[in-house]
Design a protein around this ligand. Structure first.
Ligand code: HEM
Length: 486
């Protein structure tokens, strides 16, 4: 895509260096002269924003690590020391903590952009897969980072998640022990999480280099989904056109970031994490940070066993499956048309998919048995054990009837009378949304490509493609209107 290099070293030094290590040429070809489609919209600015987020996290993280102590007796105090005693320590910490949320916000926009415009389709499969690897690494890094301040949520959250890993068959218990460095979350855990939290961002940086390398081989996609036909006519050099556009988007993004850092620095955090970890006192609600909530909801949505597989294991498999499924996306989508601009039905199902992901986020933040909304009037329930010791429940509308029934039961039944609220529970909503999540990828995507009728390509694009195939420069057969993927 990038074509032959147009870099010409001008000074004696750059000529000398270019003959030995053409690093300036590499930078020039990939960031100055790189031919970029003319029609990229603002959704394409998030790649640059993400690169900036990664740099911000690494720089602020290194400064924090200079003052942080990875020891359970001092970690919490060392964070307080950073916030109160270290010059601008509060600023560095708030940038790092809020930066994690902003990083995920940007990555979700970047991924949804990819889904909408079919950026994962050929020839960008490897580019997409490298993106999913980055996303997995980001989740692992964020999870481990959250443990470091050693607050209540750090401790109890990490206990919950590592227990889940322990639920995996065969390898689970061993992986859990290696991760924790013992039987429970403690000093060895904090030490290894700190070590990995420091290491992983550099691994991410390495994979980002591969990601951008892959991008520069196949070139950017664009909102029409039709590949660039004529490099001269359809593209402009990256600099100054996209450096200015990306720069403008970065300024807007940083402004929003600054509003959080300076005015609502704790908005994304949990107050429980301002209390030092106490293994003997479990917080009322253990919930992860907002960006992991949809997956947490999928995990909790499985409340039933299937045959010999217990609900807990099924939940863990569903949660990991919901992320790993992204690797298969380029092959699950059978449509020949990349961009949903020309796929009206796919677009509607995509909107539902985005709503399902947001809805799952809300489900993850709420107790599974709490009500999304209540219906009808509350009933009364008598709970007791039958002669075989099995738990039984009987419902009543009248107090007198319920009480009479309870009194009629033998003392050994241990009967109790309670108000039974009726309504729609969060766990049911999460089950519906989780089902849609999987159906979207496993059923709708493969099916749509076969049954949908895409809109024809606008004449301006069709002409350009036909001219190209007619000119003999392309080996592909002349294209029918809906074949957008050329
Ligand atoms: C640290 C994280 C990441 C960085 C720094 C990054 C960087 C970039 C950059 C600079 C671009 C080109 C500009 C643009 O299209 O916005 C790009 C494109 C792309 N990225 Fe990422 N990315 C990251 C994460 C991801 C993730 C998590 C995915 C998907 C799972 C992904 C998938 C893609 C795809 C498919 C493209 C090509 C889009 C197209 O041109 O149609 N990236 N990325």
């Amino acid at each position: 895509m990038s074509g032959p290099s147009t870099y010409e070293p001008k000074t004696g030094f750059t000529k000398w260096l270019d003959a030995r290590l053409p690093i300036v040429r590499l930078g020039y070809d990939s960031m100055i002269d790189f031919p970029t489609p003319k029609n990229l919209n603002y959704w394409w600015t998030f790649g640059g924003i993400l690169a900036l987020c990664l740099v911000i996290q690494i720089v602020t993280g290194i400064v924090l690590a200079m003052h942080y102590v990875a020891n359970t007796s001092m970690a919490f105090a060392s964070v307080q020391h950073i916030m109160r005693d270290v010059d601008f320590g509060w600023l560095v910490r708030y940038i790092h903590a809020n930066g994690a949320g902003m990083f995920f916000l940007a990555v979700y926009i970047h991924m949804f952009r990819g889904l909408y415009y079919g950026s994962y389709k050929a020839p960008r499969e490897v580019l997409w897969i490298l993106g999913v690897v980055i996303y997995l690494l980001m989740m692992a890094t964020a999870f481990m980072g959250y443990v470091l301040p050693w607050g209540q949520m750090s401790f109890h959250g990490s206990s919950v998640i590592t227990n889940l890993i322990g639920a995996l068959p065969i390898v689970g218990p061993a992986v859990k022990t290696y991760l924790l460095g013992g039987a429970a979350v403690g000093d060895p855990t904090l030490n290894r999480f700190f070590s990995l939290h420091y290491l992983l961002p550099f691994v991410i940086a390495g994979v980002v280099i591969l990601h951008i390398w892959a991008l520069h081989v196949v070139g950017n996609g664009n909102p029409t989904g039709v590949s660039v036909q004529d490099i001269k006519k359809d593209t402009v050099p990256f600099h100054p056109y996209y450096t200015v556009k990306d720069g403008f988007a970065i300024i807007l993004f940083l402004t929003m970031f600054a509003v959080f850092v300076f005015f609502f620095p704790e908005a994304m955090g949990k107050t429980d994490n301002s209390i030092e970890a106490n293994p003997l006192q479990t917080p009322a609600h253990i919930v992860p940070e907002w960006y992991l909530l949809p997956f947490y909801a999928i995990l909790k949505s499985v409340t039933f066993d299937i045959g010999p597989i217990p609900a807990k294991l099924l939940g863990v498999l569903a949660m990991f499956g919901s992320i790993l499924i992204l690797f298969a996306l380029p092959w699950l989508d059978t449509s020949k048309v990349r961009s949903m601009r020309y796929r009206p039905l796919a677009r509607q199902l995509f909107v539902l998919f985005v709503l399902a992901c947001v809805g799952l986020g809300f489900c993850g933040a709420n107790e599974p048995d709490a009500f999304v909304f209540k219906t009808g009037k509350d009933r009364l329930q008598v709970e007791y054990s039958d002669a075989n010791g099995r738990a039984q429940t009987k419902f009543f509308d009248q107090f007198s009837e319920a009480n009479a029934y309870k009194e009629s039961l033998p003392t050994a039944a241990g009967a109790s009378l309670q108000v039974a609220e009726s309504g729609f529970k969060w766990k049911w909503l999460s089950q519906i949304l989780a089902a849609y999540y999987f159906i979207y990828f496993l059923v709708l995507m493969p099916l749509l490509g076969v049954i949908e009728k895409p809109k024809p390509r606008p004449a301006s694009i069709a002409d350009s493609v036909h001219k190209r195939s007619g000119s003999g420069r392309s080996s592909s057969a002349p294209v029918a209107a809906p074949q957008h993927a050329e």
